[in-house]
Design a protein. Sequence first.
Length: 711
Amino acid sequence: MASHLVQPFHPSPAQHTTPPSSPLHQPIDAKEPNAPNGRLAQDKNDFESSLAERLLATLEKLVAERSTSESSSSGDDAATKAKEPKVERASKLAYKRVEEAWDDKSWKYKIVETAGPGVKDLDQYVFLVRDRIDRKTDEITSFIDVKSPSLRDVLREVCRDIRVVSLAEETPSIEQNILFHVRGALKAQHQRAIGGENTTAAQHLGLLVDCIETTFQPTDQQLSVLLAKNEVTYDLLWALFKPNAEVYTTCKGTDAPMGALYNHCEERLDMDGAKFMYVEIRYLSSNRKTVGEVTAGRKIPYFRGIKKIEFLQVYPLEYHPEKEKMTKDLIDNGRKFVSLMGLHHRQYEGKAFFIDDEGEIVKRHINDRIMIDAVCFQEQNPGHPFPQVRKVEPRDPITGPIGSLGLADLDPSQLEENDFLICSPTVFGFCLGSKTFLEFAVANITEISWSPSSFKDVKIPESQKKPIWALTKTYLDRDESDGFRDLVQGKGRGINFLLYGPPGVGKTLTAETIAETYRIPLYTVPASQISVDPVKVERILTSIFKIASQWKAILLLDEADVFLAQRSNDPHLNALVSVFLRELEQYDGILFLTTNRVQSFDEAMISRIHLALQYNPLGRDAREAVWKYFLGQANTKQGSPNCPQDAVDELAEKELNGREIRNAVFIARSMAQYEETVVCATHLNESISARKQFQRDFQGAGVVENLQSYF
């Protein structure tokens, strides 16, 4: 048979049908006496044209020789076939085993045939067992090439739920190992076919059943002994996983338990040439409002000898040592996952992770409040390898339905118990404390335990508290039909607060307690994290205000001096202020701006501030109240702090600001936890002393002297 990779070349009558031999090796020039430097002075275009003609002539010769050879071979084959009687497909009640090896000339696998009568026509057999020899590893993979139409129809029915099987072709092929898991169904079909009207179909099916029973008898015996002890060998991993079986694995970033369905497995080589078994699984994840299917993979590295199944990176759920409990936990997590679709404000404690630019998993331990928002995550991290959630669609009737996953675009309210078992173990969101987008384990997400403290604990004059409280409450309780709004339609209806004063006097705490009192998110953005490039600032500020609006959060821009400054002759600074004013004018939420210094605010900025409040250094009574406030949150497992009133009085005499007091209590609590005791005055005084030593070292002397003191 002529190759289709290279088409024969048919020269015109004017061309040489037999080009000169080895034209590329003939002399390039015959030196012309009248030409300067002989052939070297020949025009470049003439040289290229001559070279192209010789290349073409050589190619014509090679193609002609190959065409002649193939035509001769094809003619011989045709003559041979003409002498052979024509046979019908699957007319011979037998199957044949053939070898298939890689052919470098045709660049594909070809069946290796031995000489003998009738071996050229393989369609006469009911099926072929084709042993393919891998061109790299020399390992053998066997396939069943189905020739019998009745056998094909039976396999379509039996294998309709197996994802990796396609039997839509007239003479389909199926990997032999797949039939290991459907032997029971095939034998049942055979028993029903015996005694029926179609004896040929029964005979063909019986032939296949006998073949696979004989082939898999050693495998069956070995596997039965191993599975009785919940053990397996690497070579039998393919037999461990049944099609569509529920499997157990863990999340790569959080180590959270994960349920999924098995698709298929295949052996691969890593970059170092080491073997591993790649196991493809599928599970359900959220695509905004609907649930869809996601495909993932797990690796089982090569191992010698026998291994406990539960120690594999992924294995059938039925072999989990606590199957019933784990099944219940996975279903509960699935229900929780569905309930967390959309936007939610929650508490989180445990491992979370993100994937860096090099594709590496970076893990973080988080104990903070989070916003669950997959849409925002995707918008803010377009380069992140976000799971591709696909519709769960029914398959073609020939190849069968998808199985237990149901219809396309699954409605979460219609999911069944088994569907919850294979839901994603993680959700996408944002950590409000670390200000990072992460994936969070569903199992570690809880409702927020709101602090009993409130805005009344902030130690500022009542004359300042009242307007803050009134404006905030009015905004949160507002009615959209309220007629009090900006005269220009489309401008924001937000409330903007400016809090100014020295560090640690309660500016940030004011925003925190307002959010705590009304149980809404607090989205804090240090102004130092915003670029000073006007082009980037506009994009970043637009994103910040948009996120705060979507989350209905209180937005706190801390140390926002650069955006409040009076515009001057500095075009760079003027651009920053102008961008901020434009974004602020459209914002429709609660905004707190804080600054440690008040010098010259831009007049346009002042006009957009609804309430500006000055915070003064804490007095003695205010410091006492702040100490008591933070000590009330410093419990350990051993109990509440042991700090009598006289100790609090002594602490209140120390001229510390609110932030320093909070840090001192935090350090004292850490020391008490380490000692497995309660916080006491000793812990507090030690933490204050450490802070004072630091201030003496790095404020009382020069930088060089400070560094030299450590050598």
